[in-house]
Design a binder for this molecule. Structure first.
Ligand SMILES: [Zn+2]
Ligand SMILES: [Zn+2]
Ligand SMILES: [Zn+2]
Ligand SMILES: [Zn+2]
Ligand SMILES: [Zn+2]
Ligand SMILES: [Zn+2]
Length: 262
């Protein structure tokens, strides 16, 4: 484990580990004479790779690791800012990075976290996660008809195939409402009833036909009457009217100085 990746309020190169270039975590000296300090783990890493040949990276003295508790305490108290964008948290370094999930960085509301629902690829700010998951189109819901768990976005698709959705029997006048999966057996069990209904419906439409016929006959009568009125009463009057008009225009044509009539 290398050092801490934190944002110090004040830049301080004395606390930067020369091996990992991060803020020193668990300070330890790498040499007995010069007290060059690094992360404890970074020094252990050197021993692991170089064995007995490991040296202090700065003075090249034979590596000699000894923890520097005072330095660790100073570093723990350094003032840091939370690095998640939008977060205004500030405090001691140790309160930010404390392990076992206790540091602020593990609970910060401004970190991106993935939505828990299968198929949802979204990452949202931790503070918005609940809101997102309450409205996520991939959230799990229960079909209100069959209680199966489905995803919200497939709700209407599921309704199309869900056998427990309540539907109306398609025979006019049956008025039965049943789960779709029982519709076929309902139809089988009610053949007689449905046939009776069909007959009734048929008679009904026969009656409707008769009504229509009557109406048409009435309309025909009305039309005939209108035609009669037109021919007998209105047409002669119109013709008369035209005649008068013609006479008048003839008059005006013949009404010249030479005409003797009138
Ligand atoms: Zn380091
Ligand atoms: Zn050294
Ligand atoms: Zn934060
Ligand atoms: Zn989601
Ligand atoms: Zn269902
Ligand atoms: Zn029915």
């Amino acid at each position: 484990m290398p050092g801490y990746e934190v944002e110090l309020e004040e830049v301080n190169k004395d606390v930067v580990c020369g091996i990992c270039l991060l803020t020193i975590k668990y300070a330890a000296s790498g040499c007995s004479g010069n007290n060059h300090i690094y992360c404890h783990d970074c020094l252990l890493q050197l021993v692991e790779t170089k064995g007995d040949n490991a040296v202090c990276p700065e003075c090249r003295d034979k590596l000699n690791i000894s923890p520097v508790g005072v330095m660790t305490q100073i570093i723990n108290k350094l003032k840091v800012k939370c690095s998640f964008e939008g977060c205004s948290w500030k405090g001691d370094l140790i309160d930010l990075v404390k392990e076992e999930g206790q540091g602020h960085q593990f609970s910060c509301d401004y970190q991106l976290v993935p939505c828990v629902f299968h198929d949802c690829q979204q990452e949202v700010l931790k503070k918005d996660l609940k809101d997102h998951q309450d409205n996520c189109k991939n959230r799990n819901i229960e079909c209100e008809h069959c209680n199966t768990t489905i995803q919200f976005h497939e709700k209407f698709l599921h309704y199309g195939s869900c056998g427990q959705v309540i539907v109306d029997c398609s025979f006019k006048g049956c008025n039965e409402r049943i789960a779709k999966q029982y519709l076929d057996s309902h139809k089988q069990a009610n053949t007689n009833k449905h046939l009776d209904l069909m007959m009734n419906n048929f008679h009904e439409s026969e009656n409707e036909k008769d009504e229509l016929k009557k109406e048409i006959t009435e309309l025909k009568k009305k039309i005939n009457k209108l035609e009669y009125t037109l021919m007998i009463e209105i047409k002669p009057k119109l013709e008369n009217h035209d005649q008068n008009k013609n006479n008048k225009s003839n008059l005006s044509v013949t009404n010249s100085p030479n005409a003797k009539s009138m």
